[in-house]
Write a protein that binds this ligand. Structure first.
Ligand SMILES: [Zn+2]
Ligand SMILES: [Zn+2]
Length: 325
């Protein structure tokens, strides 16, 4: 028997399953779930993330973080009056991707949320590993570029007002510190609770901005959400982000509320990190926003398969199908 089982919930007679130090609360399962949902609602209100009648495109990876985000948004969608469409991008990284796709479909099915399933092999004719073989840049950078491009294109085509991304507080704060160390100052401006829509760049929101990794894991576990347990095979646990996460957790242990205070201070100062605006042009191949004549996606595709592709045409069928549902 663990020590916790003998401790009562702060709100009822049940045994507490967790202690939330920064809020000085001991919570049973039911009250923990309520506590996290309320915190996400507060985050949405505090940072004005979702407006009445909006359509929110929720990007889900099949992992626990975006599963938790979708579950909570689905719970709040009636109360705040917004619509949800989910998007899962199948990268084709063997068993890992198959598993991710299975869980993304199951989750959306359970929650009755329409899902756009995009298979990059169907669109580009190659999976992520095959694309990597033709290019020198790191696989995570290719993956990020493809995901950003598809998410943005689908957001435009589905007329979504905003895209919800499942990064939790520990991810975001560790990226912030990493980018500060590397002096990629402008990147920090993209790690706050939201980035606004600007012409053809559809805005991003991060509803888990004030939810920790530990809380996210516990929520997914208690709700038994469909999710892949293992992380992407290309995640490097010896990387700087993991070292920074350990540092943040040590600081939080000594000083509960350290991370939330950091996140809120960052949100307040986020505009300070923005670079002077570059002129935005339209890519001459695909019409999507870019700072050059041809966007990074079209350059990558041309280099990889020797010709350009019209993603909008390829996506039309997928999106049409969704309207029938
Ligand atoms: Zn309770
Ligand atoms: Zn382009």
């Amino acid at each position: 028997m663990s020590k916790l089982e003998s401790i009562k919930c702060s709100f009822c007679e049940e045994s507490a399953i967790t202690i939330i130090n920064y809020a000085k609360l001991r919570l049973c399962k039911k009250h923990f779930i309520e506590f996290i949902q309320k915190r996400v609602l507060n985050t949405i209100e505090r940072y004005d993330l979702i407006k009445n009648n909006w359509k929110v495109l929720v990007a889900i990876s099949g992992g626990k973080d975006s599963a938790v985000m979708l579950h909570i948004l689905s719970n709040l969608s009636k109360q705040l009056n917004f619509k949800i469409i989910a998007l899962h991008i199948n990268l084709g990284i063997g068993k890992y991707s198959e598993n991710a796709k299975y869980n993304a479909e199951k989750l959306c099915n359970d929650l009755s949320i329409p899902l756009i399933l995009l298979d990059i092999k169907n669109i580009i004719g190659m999976n992520l590993l095959e694309i990597k073989r033709k290019n020198k840049r790191p696989i995570c950078s290719i993956c990020g570029l493809l995901k950003r491009y598809f998410i943005n294109t689908i957001a435009i085509e589905t007329k979504a007002n905003v895209v919800a991304i499942g990064h939790h507080m520990d991810d975001l704060l560790s990226y912030v510190i990493k980018n500060f160390i590397l002096q990629n100052i402008n990147e920090i401006s993209k790690l706050g609770p939201k980035t606004e829509t600007k012409e053809l760049f559809i805005g991003r929101i991060r509803p888990l901005y004030e939810i920790s990794e530990k809380e996210t894991s516990l929520y997914a576990f208690i709700q038994n959400l469909p999710r892949v347990e293992e992380s992407c095979p290309y995640v490097d646990e010896s990387s700087m982000e993991f070292e920074i996460k350990r540092f943040l957790n040590n600081m939080e242990l000594r000083n509960p509320n350290f991370k939330i205070a950091f996140a809120r201070a960052l949100a307040k100062n986020i505009n300070f990190y923005k670079k002077e605006e570059e002129e935005i042009k339209k890519c001459i191949k695909c019409g999507m926003p870019t700072s050059r004549d041809i966007c990074a996606f079209c350059r990558l595709i041309e280099k990889t398969i020797g010709k350009s592709i019209n993603v909008k045409n390829e996506l039309k069928e997928i999106i049409e199908k969704l309207k029938v549902v």
